[in-house]
Design a protein around this ligand. Structure first.
Ligand code: LP5
Ligand code: MN
Length: 240
């Protein structure tokens, strides 16, 4: 059995979701062979030197305990935590995956992504993304003091929330043409992604082939879910 989750946006400001995730790791995650986290595990990640923070240390220790218990955990970067690096991966006992990643199983073909790269109608975000994913920009950012990076991340979060108010839902969703091209380029595999916070199962018809796209839910204290692959079908498991 495999679980897929994304968009938990963990932070000390969300103790309810944090507890839900820690309970999930201690409970349901114990039954699965692999856990795939498709981005935005954290609300913001400003560099692996922030591992020393007690809140982060608690999450990392819980992931490491599960790793020691035999769970294989894979993680893709989201638009909030694209700076999660090798030190985080080593401390948490997880494997960082590229985006996109093809998951080829005997019973199914999947392509996994956070999803933000396909939101091409959001031109401002695309420009921002190009900048912050540039290795030179990242090196310069990571060279700044931790306190400064935290302040910049908080400013950017506030700017993002303000910007989103002037964007349409269509603009912030995946572009349909880009999505079809993506499905074609990945052999019509079942596409699983997060980012949009619009959980739904979409049916695409690409080149006469029926392709499914499963959008993961973001996590809330009172509404969170895991996508479950039981070696035959996908289904949504709600956590409370
Ligand atoms: O995340 P969410 O759901 O609010 O919105 C995203 C897009 N926004 C982002 C920004 C992140 O929320 C902030 C992440 C901070 C943690 C990273 C730390 C290191 C980086 C520090 C950077 C200085 O990803 C949002 C999309 C939305 O998804 C839907 O897809 O629309 O895109 C934006 O908000 C981008 C803006 O439209 C363009 C930004 C222009 C730059 C503004 C400069 C402000 C200066 C802030 C201080 C440097
Ligand atoms: Mn996201």
């Amino acid at each position: 059995m495999i679980h897929f989750i994304s968009d938990l946006h963990l932070s000390p400001q969300s103790p309810g979701v944090t507890a839900l995730f820690l309970n999930y790791l201690d409970g349901p995650a114990g039954q699965v062979d692999a856990l795939y986290i498709l981005g935005d595990l954290f609300d913001a990640w400003v560099g692996d030197d922030d591992l020393a923070d007690p809140y982060h240390d608690g999450i990392v220790a819980a992931l490491q305990r599960r790793h020691a218990g035999g769970l294989r955990t894979f993680l893709q970067h989201g638009n909030r935590d694209f700076l999660l690096g090798r030190n985080f991966a080593a401390a948490a006992g997880i494997v960082l995956l590229p985006d996109p990643h093809v998951l080829s199983l005997p019973e199914g073909q999947f392509v996994l992504s956070h999803g933000d790269a396909l939101c091409t109608d959001d031109a401002e975000y695309m420009a921002f993304r190009r900048q912050v994913r540039d290795p030179q920009w990242q090196a310069a950012f990571l060279a700044r003091p931790l306190s400064e990076r935290r302040a910049l991340a908080a400013q950017m979060r506030a700017a993002s929330e303000a910007n989103k108010r002037s964007k349409t839902a269509y603009q912030m969703d995946l572009n349909p043409q880009e999505t079809d091209d993506f499905l074609r380029a990945h052999g019509y595999a079942t596409f699983i992604h997060g980012h949009t916070h619009q959980p739904a199962t979409h049916a695409h018809m690409v080149d006469g082939i029926h392709v499914e796209r499963w959008v993961l839910a973001d996590w809330h204290e009172d509404r969170s879910e895991v996508l479950v692959w039981n070696d035959a079908t996908l289904s949504r498991l709600s956590l409370t």
